[in-house]
Write a protein that binds this ligand. Structure first.
Ligand code: SAH
Length: 204
């Protein structure tokens, strides 16, 4: 709130979800500081301000179907699940996907589906999505995510290599409106061989 988050629903969700459950136990005492923290497998959870900002940008009203790329600990997915009806989240590292799935189940979330897979491909079976949030950074916006965004939908994504620009894309009458927001730093979005092949095929 002090940093300018205004959406009451987002602030309530941040207040409700216990962040210490999602971070590595040796840093649990830092869970309520506004700082990124390790979650295992060399990955990090964003600082709460960035989670809140990205969530606020999605403007969730409660009935949306949302896709997250980069499940990590499952914290962002839990925040989303407090604010909307259906959350689909994709994580490329299997141990993280399994751990997040187990924790979210233990916490009682019934509206989150976790899949281990490559986020470059989105999750076509459940598309289109009213909102898409990407919490790892690709060099370019994956075409599949643009395709899986519903008309009127919003996509929040960090784009770039070392430092990234946080972007908000909106699909309006089939066209994309893009806004560049702030510089951010996320772990890179990995590409596996299969998805590279898929993208190359799409390009021809
Ligand atoms: N949103 C998470 C933090 C994400 S950290 C949370 O709330 O805890 C970024 C995550 O993206 C890492 O777990 C990393 O393994 C994952 N990732 C990287 N490349 C990916 C890809 N191509 N598809 C899906 N997930 C990916």
């Amino acid at each position: 709130e002090a940093r300018g988050i205004k959406d009451k629903g987002v602030l309530a969700a941040i207040g409700k979800v216990e962040r210490h459950r999602f971070v590595s136990s040796n840093v649990a005492h830092l869970a309520y500081e506004d700082t990124p923290l390790p979650i295992g497998e060399g990955q990090t959870i964003s600082q709460p301000y960035i989670v809140a900002l990205m969530t606020e940008l999605l403007q969730l009203k409660g009935s949306e179907r949302v896709l997250e790329i980069g499940t990590g600990s499952g914290y962002q997915a839990a925040i989303l699940a407090e604010l909307t009806k259906e959350v689909y989240t994709v994580e490329i590292r299997e141990p993280l996907a399994r751990q997040a799935e187990a924790l979210l189940k233990e916490l009682g979330y019934k509206n989150i589906q976790v899949k281990c897979g490559d986020g470059y491909l989105g999750w076509p079976e459940f598309a289109p999505f009213d909102a898409i949030i990407v919490t790892c950074a690709p060099e370019d916006i994956p075409q599949s995510l643009i395709e899986q965004l519903a008309e009127g939908g919003r996509l929040v994504i960090p784009v770039g290599t070392h430092w990234q620009e946080l972007k908000l894309l909106q699909k309006k009458e089939g066209r994309l409106l893009t806004a560049n927001l702030i510089p951010v730093r996320f772990v890179p979005m990995l590409r596996n061989k299969m998805s590279v092949t898929d993208d190359e095929q799409e390009g021809h």
